[in-house]
Ligand binder design. Structure first.
Ligand SMILES: Cc1cc2nc3c(=O)[nH]c(=O)nc-3n(C[C@H](O)[C@H](O)[C@H](O)COP(=O)(O)OP(=O)(O)OC[C@H]3O[C@@H](n4cnc5c(N)ncnc54)[C@H](O)[C@@H]3O)c2cc1C
Length: 309
């Protein structure tokens, strides 16, 4: 237990967290960050980032996150590579428990992101970021004139499939049922695209690879267990995302899926608690948008702290 009350504690170390750290450090708020179980966030899982402004040749995900951290630390951000277990936002200062230790803070910025939901099929772990992705906007351009799969039956799957036809020679959408959650208009846009084939009653049993990476998949028909092989060099899993908010214990208002609902600018339902990045974002989910929100949250926190005096 510490008696020290920090001005601002940032939870999470993706682009949102480091940008919030940079801005609040430059505002002389002496911020403390808990980087969490995946220091650097989701971009630690990807090799090439070609759409973050300022890197004309592109940059590796881990390399970019190290640079964001160094930049924020240069201005005084203190980072602890630890996980926040639980919080108490019922009174001020806010209480934050980190690996058994209690920390106090006047304000908090939550930047814990969202996890893509993966299939968990055999061979998936080895091909993550090498051929199997969960983000067509991010990785689609690496599959020019190649055959790719999209797995899912909702709007995201249809949108990703349609987007991928800009690059891929063929896009096959696999869905385990014949009922699609996608809206009629999104479904039809995909179904009418000559480059897209939609195949219901197909799930991925296992992924196949060769020396150059992903080479195909074994598909299963869930109705009778029959299998077939399909070749592909890329696959996009579009079965949803899960925001990381359970550690908040329901103290912050979220939507039904757990995404934090902002109330005033980036402030949440608890005055003094702010949120930024994929943990609030059901739409854009990009590094640059997360970083932008991190900046907003730091400025909002700074103004809110000023108003408290
Ligand atoms: C494979 C892949 C490739 C991608 N490629 C691109 C790309 O090319 N371009 C692009 O713009 N976007 C890309 N994205 C999307 C991008 O990674 C996200 O939009 C971005 O990382 C979101 O940033 P964030 O700061 O909101 O959260 P995240 O990056 O998800 O970071 C969340 C942070 O919260 C921490 N955390 C979670 N729980 C706790 C806890 N209890 N205590 C403390 N810390 C905690 C984690 O350790 C992590 O540091 C890609 C995503 C994936 C998965």
């Amino acid at each position: 237990m510490t008696d020290e009350v920090r001005n601002v504690i940032i939870i999470g170390s993706g682009p949102a967290g480091y940008t919030a750290g940079l801005y609040s450090a430059r505002a002389l708020l002496e911020p403390l960050m808990f980087a969490g179980y995946m220091s650097g966030g989701q971009l630690m899982l990807t090799s090439d980032i070609e759409n973050f402004p300022g890197y004309p040749e592109g940059i590796g995900g881990p390399e970019m996150m190290i640079q964001l951290r160094e930049q924020a630390e240069r201005f005084g951000l203190e980072v602890q590579d630890k996980n926040v277990e639980k919080v108490d936002f019922s009174e001020k200062p806010f209480k934050i428990w980190v690996e058994g230790e209690l920390f106090l803070s006047k304000s908090v910025i939550i930047c814990t992101g969202a996890e893509s939901i993966w299939l968990g099929a055999e061979g998936e772990e080895e091909q993550k970021g090498r051929g199997i992705s969960t983000c067509a906007t991010c990785d689609g351009a690496f599959f020019r004139e190649q055959e790719v799969l999209v797995i899912g039956g909702g709007d995201s799957a249809m949108e990703e499939a349609t987007f991928l036809t800009r690059f891929a020679s063929k896009v096959t959408v696999l869905h385990r049922r014949d009922v699609f959650r996608a809206s009629k208009v999104m479904y039809e846009r995909a179904a009418n695209n000559p480059k897209i084939e939609i195949r219901p009653f197909r799930s991925v049993k296992s992924w196949l690879s060769d020396d150059s990476g992903l080479s195909g998949a074994i598909l299963e028909d869930p109705r009778d267990g029959s299998t077939e092989e399909i070749s592909c060099t890329g696959a996009f899993i579009a079965i949803g995302h899960k925001p990381i908010t359970t550690f908040l214990g329901g103290q912050i208002e979220t939507d039904n899926s757990g995404y934090i609902l902002p109330k005033t600018h980036t402030m949440t339902s608890v005055s003094g608690v702010f949120a930024a990045g994929d943990v609030v974002d059901t739409r854009y989910r990009q590094a640059i948008t997360a970083a932008g929100m991190g900046c907003q949250a730091a400025i909002d926190a700074e103004k809110w702290l000023e108003e408290q005096h």
